[in-house]
Design a protein around this ligand. Structure first.
Ligand code: P5A
Length: 449
């Protein structure tokens, strides 16, 4: 992408309405624009990051055996009356009436609709286990939408739904998704810490929220220190085998939100030198709720003995549009965002310091082309403006590597690579720059952990 032809409305000033750093930086870096309370346009740079987050989620969901489909945003109230949640959901649900005066709603979640899909097609236990997911916009009329896309009214969710014959099968599905979540967050450079949590309006008795630690987090969380940097054991690429040991290992260490414990309970459970009381951002939430929906909606399969049994269900949510600011909360400095390579809007930027100078233009365009040919997601800053502004933009929008050729260096056949994270600059022959960047970038894509 040539920056002179891109749409990147960066702001010089920090907007006053933004209280937390991620919201400030998303506005300043031209990633989002507010349209109404809790509703945002994803501008090109923001949309590019959102898509990278979504892609990682898809890869890990697919790898775990979940199958992607797409359900509508607007739902019929009838399904929700069947499950009994139409009245129970309250004011968070945006209720709509169509021209025929039929009651509709903008979906806050999809347990009812997926149960309807399931009961329409699945008849036999032989079709189980099944896990279906989609990535679709949701609407919740939050009392306090705030912090930009962190808590918005319209937001993107990955929601998966598992169907099993019995509780043992449902638990195995739960463990599979649990491990997929650990891996998903790790691939974004984060440690997603599972916490016992309240099930709220989704229901059931088993649920874990995944939190990323950040000072600006909305939740108070209490955890065993060792969870913060815990490793995830390698698994079979297709998730065969028993994943309960990984679940047990991660959940044996204390971690809970303040909905589930208080300071006293926490201090009784964890040795003093291992206590970590912190703020957390909830980036995912997984539930096992058995027959809560299959029973009222009559979703059954024929079991091995020929008798009908209610299907056992769980649901598993991740908020991609919340993850983007959560990642920024974790990775930024005074100059701006410091994206991990795996979700960076561009992996490298070629900064032409002398646009219009034949030598500089030729060298920059050549390097930009070579980076693209090598599969690097590259940006070319070909704007006719001063070096200071170019460096400031590259730092602000957080591109992990900047490739620059100051005029004096160019004459010697040399270029510089600036590492956004450390600030380190290294000088190398222009001919080695692309190879060097590929060697730096490719392992950090984390697509094979
Ligand atoms: C699980 C999937 C559910 O809705 N039903 C389907 C279950 N869970 S949840 O915890 O209510 O939401 C799942 C994740 O969605 C994100 N999220 C939000 N993101 C931005 N703004 C919001 N207002 C918002 N509400 C929920 C969170 O990441 C949450 O973990």
């Amino acid at each position: 992408m040539r920056l002179s032809r891109y749409f990147l409305p960066v702001l010089k000033e920090t907007p006053k309405e933004a209280e937390i750093i991620s919201h400030q930086l998303m506005l300043r870096a031209g990633m989002i624009k507010q349209q109404a309370a809790g509703s945002y346009t994803w501008l090109p740079l923001g949309f590019k990051v959102l898509n990278k987050v979504v892609r990682i989620i898809e890869e890990e969901q697919n790898r775990s055996g979940a199958i992607q489909l797409l359900m509508p945003t607007v739902q019929s109230a009838d399904l929700w009356k069947e499950s009994g949640r139409y009245d129970a959901y309250g004011k968070e649900m945006l209720r709509i009436e169509d021209r025929h005066e039929r009651q509709m709603l903008f979906g806050p979640t999809n347990e009812e609709m997926i149960t309807d899909v399931f009961r329409t097609y699945v008849r036999s236990y032989k079709d189980l286990p099944l896990n279906l997911y989609h990535i679709q916009w949701k609407f919740r009329d939050e009392v306090r939408p705030r912090f930009g896309t962190m808590r918005s009214r319209e937001f993107l969710m990955k929601d998966a739904y598992s169907f099993d014959l019995d509780e043992a099968g449902a638990r195995a599905a739960f463990y599979r998704m649990f491990v997929a979540y650990l891996r998903t967050f790790r691939r974004m450079g984060l440690t997603g810490i599972p916490m016992r949590a309240d099930t709220g309006p989704i229901g059931g008795d088993l649920s874990y929220e995944f939190h990323v630690l950040a000072d600006t987090g909305e939740s108070q969380v209490y955890l065993h220190k060792d969870l913060a940097g815990k490793t995830i054991p390698p698994i079979d690429t297709d998730y065969r085998g028993d994943l309960k040991p990984i679940f047990d290992d991660w959940t044996s260490l204390f971690a809970a939100t303040d909905e589930m414990t208080d300071e006293a309970g926490f201090k009784a459970a964890v040795p003093e030198d291992k206590q970590l009381s912190a703020r957390g951002i909830e980036v995912g939430h997984i539930f096992y709720f058995g027959t809560k929906y299959s029973e009222p909606m009559k979703a059954t399969v024929t079991g091995p003995d020929g008798k009908d049994v209610l299907v056992q269900m769980g649901s598993y949510g991740i908020g991609p549009s919340r993850l983007v600011p959560a990642i920024i909360e974790a990775f930024h400095d005074e100059a701006g965002i410091v994206w991990p390579v795996s979700v960076a809007p561009f992996e490298a930027v070629v900064i032409n310091l002398k646009v219009g100078d034949a030598e500089s233009d030729t060298a920059s365009i050549k390097l930009y082309g070579e980076l693209q040919a090598a599969g690097i997601d590259a940006l070319y800053d070909d704007r006719d403006q001063g070096a200071g502004g170019k460096f400031a933009t590259a730092d602000l929008i957080g591109i992990p590597y900047q490739l620059i050729m100051p005029a004096a260096r160019l004459k010697e056949g040399m270029a510089e690579i600036k590492h956004r994270k450390s600030g380190e600059r290294e000088t190398l022959p222009i001919g080695d720059a692309v190879k060097k960047l590929v060697a730096l970038i490719v392992p950090q894509r984390l697509d094979t952990i």
